[in-house]
Design a protein around this ligand. Structure first.
Ligand SMILES: [Mg+2]
Length: 284
């Protein structure tokens, strides 16, 4: 009965987790947890967090246990399930691994030894296919990324090198990932392995780093607490191409405000109307 499965993929921070400025509707998360406990729904968390931070978030915010978690910036798909095994899905590593031409994060780090500006992040921030560094925040990030890319591609390695600044800690961050290890690709991989049809697969997100998925033509929800510039960009990018596949939550339905979990529920009901009864029944 795989074709009756609903695959619900959601970002965590400021999408399911109400850690933004806007208020959360009372009981929205409870209602979400009851809904995803239904056997029809397969739940996947999609997050930049690593396993430890995913688990910490689940405890802190009392989130339901997902069936899968796409973590480590898309480089790992964990099979979680009720026995909380958190097993990294080997098939996904087999899919993205060839980009690194036989290297893992340790051997790739050795190839980048010559870059004096790079300082390895803590061991728990590294993963088989995620190599992460600190730099000074004053480093010319663009130049550094270009030099690293070039050095790696000369060795036949296809890598995304992503530079950002943690302004709170005033430190630069560099992630090196297999080029094909994107959130979008991981969701598509999961969808195809689970044989979930397009009209029963839904993604929810809130921010700029969710835009690629939000505007991909997959059924996608932008929660109401998203910033206006993200809503504008999402609308703009889907205007020519399947605008009906993007739903921007606004509240005014289900007696909730459309922020965080309420927005996910609102969008799910929009795309898959029969889930309305499940949500309302649960709200009683
Ligand atoms: Mg987010």
């Amino acid at each position: 009965m795989t074709n009756s499965l609903i695959l619900l993929c959601t970002d965590l921070d400021r999408t399911l987790i109400p850690n933004g400025h806007q208020p959360e509707s009372p009981r929205a998360r409870e209602c979400f947890a009851r809904l995803v406990a239904r056997p029809e729904i397969t739940l996947a968390y999609v997050s930049g967090r690593d396993k430890r931070l995913l688990q910490a978030a689940m405890r802190e915010w009392d989130l339901p246990t997902p069936d899968y978690a796409i973590g480590d910036v898309g480089t790992t798909i964990y099979w979680v399930g009720n026995d909380h095994r958190w097993e990294a899905w080997q098939d996904w590593h087999d899919e993205i691994g060839p980009d690194w031409a036989g290297h893992d994060c340790d051997s790739l780090a050795r190839l980048l030894d010559g870059f004096d500006q790079l300082r390895l992040q803590e061991p728990e921030k590294q993963n088989t296919f995620k190599l992460s560094y600190y730099t000074l925040s004053s480093v010319d990030g663009e130049q550094l990324v270009a030099a690293m890319q070039q050095h790696l591609s000369e060795q036949g390695i296809r890598a995304s090198v992503i530079w950002s600044v943690d302004e709170m800690k005033d430190v630069g961050l560099v992630d090196v990932l297999p080029e094909s290890a994107t959130k979008m690709h991981a969701i598509q991989f999961l969808q195809s392995r689970l044989e979930a049809p397009d009209d029963r697969t839904v993604f929810a997100g809130d921010s700029g780093n969710d835009l690629a998925v939000l505007t991909s033509g997959m059924q996608a929800i932008l929660v109401a607490n998203a910033r206006d510039d993200v809503k504008r960009a999402a609308r703009e990018q889907t205007r020519q191409h399947r605008p009906e596949r993007l739903y921007i939550a606004s509240g005014n339905s289900l007696d909730m405000n459309g922020n965080y979990a309420a927005g996910i529920l609102e969008g799910l009901v929009h795309f898959i109307p029969k889930t309305r009864d499940w949500v309302l029944k649960d709200a009683d």
